[in-house]
Design a binder for this molecule. Structure first.
Ligand code: SF4
Ligand code: SF4
Length: 67
């Protein structure tokens, strides 16, 4: 099992991390951050295995993985 924390103010909603996560754990949030982007959230935490692919893919270093 793993867990990710997303810095929602750094996220620009590019969805690269969603594509990278082959467990389907991530989704865009309904809300917007202060820059007007919809940040990613860990919508299905039970699916996260802590593989870190999302964090490696994120160009804005907005994801921290715990495991
Ligand atoms: S750590 Fe792996 S399983 Fe968890 S959200 Fe990121 S890509 Fe998906
Ligand atoms: S890759 Fe980074 S900037 Fe892009 S949606 Fe994911 S967390 Fe946000």
């Amino acid at each position: 099992m793993g867990y990710v924390v997303i810095n929602t103010e750094l996220c620009k909603g590019c969805e690269l991390c969603i594509s990278a996560c082959n467990r389907g754990a991530l989704s865009l949030s309904e809300t917007q951050n202060r820059k007007g982007y919809q940040p990613v959230s860990l919508a299905r935490p039970e699916k996260c295995n802590g593989c870190s692919l999302c964090a490696i893919m994120c160009p804005d270093v907005a994801i921290t993985v715990y495991r």
